[in-house]
Design a protein around this ligand. Structure first.
Ligand SMILES: *Cc1c(COP(=O)(O)O)cnc(C)c1O
Length: 393
């Protein structure tokens, strides 16, 4: 086992925690460990700090602090948003898309078993949910629309403003899983007509196991964690103070650095995409070319298995992924790549590389050189490639 990878290109799976974030967290483990709910003076520091972080996060999405509720991460936020709304609304019908994260898809499947109807919208070849497709799916009993802000596998950024507007024109509650988008691209819950938004700390150089759900003022939502009166009585459990502090700090830094970071990552991303497409035959980019997260590269290489490429990259000290971290040991091709219309044999040859603030142009060039070398190696032993080259297909 390596302690540190030589090159980390899997920032959509998780990120390193910034040193400033660790420093901010440390005092809340041993010095200011008071329970924010306690009434004595010693707990004031934790309570004040939690509220300060709530303010920072609210500001980052254009909401009020009273609309931000801390959770254990993106998965809990997605579960809470969808189950919590289903619990207290009279409708039967939910609309989501075929390319959502499993935290959304499997929550919807669970609700289908409970008697709800769910429509999983098709996306176009770039992974975009078309506003007209959403409009057509709306029924009189639709009470919730849940469409992700940006996709975790192919990086496509959805037309959230338009989708949110359609939801509100029909008086339907609009939830977005913004776990990948948050900290990377600007988000404004007012402008985008968002009622509920999920985000997670560990995707923006904060700690794991912390996230939040934004719930628009006036939205009625049931609880999924019952217990004490924390988080205004909506989400029980003693606040994870050190992680909330870390999340607040990570958010503050992410907002301050967003523009410059995106600018740099887009240059690296586009260089990587261009070099791969130009220098490696039978490769294609997945996801929209420009409506795309600054850090996402997702490529399908024909005539090789993405898994084999990942093994070779791993041996070279490069961390990449074949899809979402959660499904990387499944044998089925990614549901996202299937939804954008990739046939199985091409979807199987896919590799996702997601950049972070630490990556450099030298690293990207090194990674592309390695990918090129390994693609050549793997195809040299591929019977399909040989058949193709012999003109048999
Ligand atoms: C990572 C991720 C999640 C899950 O977040 P956790 O904090 O790991 O539970 C949900 N949705 C998307 C789009 C993600 O990328």
């Amino acid at each position: 086992m390596r302690n540190e990878p030589i090159m980390y290109l899997d920032n959509a799976a998780t990120t390193n925690v910034l040193p400033e974030v660790i420093d901010a967290m440390l005092p809340y483990f041993d010095k200011a460990y008071g329970n924010p709910s306690s009434s004595y003076d010693f707990s004031v520091r934790s309570k004040t700090k939690v509220n300060e972080c709530r303010e920072i996060i609210a500001k980052s999405i254009g909401s009020k602090a009273s609309e931000v509720f801390f959770t254990s991460g993106g998965s809990e936020s997605d579960n809470w948003a969808i189950k919590g709304i289903a619990d207290v609304n009279a409708g039967r019908h939910i609309i989501t898309s075929k390319i959502e994260h499993h935290a959304v898809l499997n929550t919807c499947k669970y609700l289908e078993e409970k008697g709800f109807d769910v429509t999983y919208l098709d996306v176009d070849e770039n992974g975009l949910v078309r506003p007209n497709v959403l409009k057509k799916a709306i029924r009189p009993d639709t009470f919730l629309i849940s469409i992700m802000f940006a996709n975790n596998e192919i990086g496509t950024i959805e037309p959230i403003n338009e989708l949110g507007k359609i939801a509100h024109e029909h008086n339907i509650i609009f939830h977005t899983d913004a776990v990948q988008a948050y900290g990377q691209i600007p988000i404004d819950v007012e402008k985008s007509n968002i009622d509920l938004l999920s985000a997670s700390g560990h995707k923006l150089n904060g700690p794991k196991g912390i996230g939040f759900l934004y719930v628009r003022n006036g939205i009625n939502i049931g609880r999924i964690i019952h217990g004490g009166g924390q988080e205004s009585g909506r989400r029980a459990g003693t606040e994870n103070v050190p992680s909330i502090v870390g999340f607040g700090k990570a958010c503050e830094i992410a907002m301050d650095t967003m523009e410059k970071r995106a600018e740099k990552e887009i240059i690296l991303r586009d260089h990587m995409i261009d070099r791969i497409l130009y220098e490696i035959p039978f490769s294609r980019l997945n996801g929209h070319r420009t409506k795309r997260l600054p850090n996402n590269v997702n490529i399908s290489f024909q005539f090789l298995r993405g898994e084999s490429m990942l093994v070779l990259l791993d041996m070279a000290g490069i961390c990449a992924s074949s899809g979402s971290a959660c499904s990387s040991d499944l044998a089925e091709p990614s549901h996202v790549l299937t939804a954008i219309g990739l046939p199985g044999n091409i979807a199987y040859g896919s590799v996702r590389m997601t950049l972070g603030y630490k990556n450099t142009m030298n690293e990207i060039d090194y990674a592309v050189d390695k990918i090129k070398e390994f693609a050549h190696k793997l195809r040299a032993v591929s019977p399909e490639y040989e058949d193709y080259m012999n003109g048999m297909i």
